[in-house]
Design a protein around this ligand. Structure first.
Ligand SMILES: *Cc1c(COP(=O)(O)O)cnc(C)c1O
Length: 340
């Protein structure tokens, strides 16, 4: 490894290294990832929401990924990837770019598997997510105005210092790990007809496609903010071009660049992909706090908003809405409750 790892040709506009295997994982890989995930994390509750079920004339279940350590589903991927980190990277450690939850997942996995973790975050990052990364011992680097600028810095640092770059989507282990949530649903609620999944980088939806979609033949519908539609655009138009417009208040979905591996899976397996307006997402977020007592972040409330905006898609169906994360910034919470 004289010159270390250098980037190789990438199918999308992000940096990938020779250790990034870009072949999508299979359902069998998800079962394999579960051996690690179930050793380190509890199963999450699947709970019927009575008011949403009544409101939508459907059976609506919430998959409470917010109850996991770090408060978001991404930790499943961090565990699956962290358990398989190559010996050669253990000293320099991991690096990732994140608006928060991916960074928390990598930081948590680093601590659990004794590998140092460095996380590049944009300057205006949600501070409670940073505090959590610090709790898990990560080294935080602030850089740039948004996720993609922080990502570019992380990719440079990966070359300069030979960290193992944990891509936020082009990582089969992450997708397989995240898919374990889908396996839990398959076993507990095999008559599920439909799952709505938020889409940012696409790992969450890919995980559902490989499990609920492939095993049960249920529909997986992707949801993205109309204010940050990069993946939606790429999915509809069949390309991986960046999209300039990205103004969403849901930082968990804030990326301008579609990712190759997850887009491969989604183009093949996603049933439909809808956009919701941030205003509708904020209304849904407030409803969930007031009526269910569940605090969730905007990225996650997009699916509630999507179901409420498309009653014709859910009527009479058994539907799962994953509560993907609970890390809502305190200032947003008070702004929401005070009527915006
Ligand atoms: C990352 C994230 C998403 C989007 O997931 P992707 O796998 O990036 O598509 C949705 N909700 C929350 C809370 C997240 O942290």
């Amino acid at each position: 490894m004289a010159d270390g790892y250098q980037p190789v040709d990438s199918p999308d506009q992000t940096t990938v290294f020779p250790y990034h295997e870009l072949t999508p994982p299979t359902t069998a890989d998800v079962y394999e990832a579960r051996e690690q995930v179930s050793r380190h994390l509890p199963k999450t509750p699947l709970v019927r929401s009575d008011w949403l079920s009544e409101e939508l004339d459907a059976d609506i279940y919430l998959k409470r990924e917010d109850t996991l350590p770090t408060g978001a589903f991404k930790i499943r991927g961090g565990i699956a990837l962290g358990a398989n980190v190559d010996e050669e990277f253990r000293e320099h450690g991991l690096i990732a770019a994140s608006t928060g939850n991916h960074g928390q997942s990598v930081a948590y996995a680093g601590q659990k598997f004794n590998v140092p973790a460095t996380i590049c975050v944009p300057e205006d990052v949600n501070q409670s997510k940073v505090s959590s990364m610090e709790t898990y011992g990560a080294d935080i680097k602030y850089y740039g105005e948004d996720y993609d600028e922080a990502r570019t810095r992380a990719e440079e640092m990966a070359v300069e210092r030979q960290y193992r770059y944990v891509h936020s989507a082009n990582e089969p282990d992450l997708v397989a790990g995240v898919g374990t949530a889908g396996l839990e649903i398959v076993e507990e609620l095999p008559d599920v007809d439909l799952v709505f999944s938020p889409i940012g980088g696409g790992t969450c939806a890919s995980g559902f496609c490989l499990t609920i979609g492939d095993i049960l033949g249920s529909d997986v519908i992707g949801v993205q903010s109309a204010q940050a539609p990069a993946a939606h655009r790429a999915w509809e138009e069949g390309h991986l071009k960046p999209h300039d417009r990205m103004e969403t208040t849901a930082e968990g979905l804030a990326t301008r660049v579609p990712f190759a591996m997850t887009m491969d899976i989604l183009r093949d397996k996603l049933s439909d992909f809808v956009l919701v307006d941030d205003e509708a997402t904020l209304d849904a977020l407030r409803d969930m706090i007031v009526r269910s007592g569940i605090i969730m972040e905007g990225a996650c409330a997009t699916t509630i908003a999507a179901a409420l905006a498309h009653p014709e898609l859910v009527r009479g169906q058994t539907v799962v809405l994953p509560v993907t994360g609970r890390n809502l910034a305190a200032d947003k919470l008070s702004w929401l409750l005070e009527g915006r």
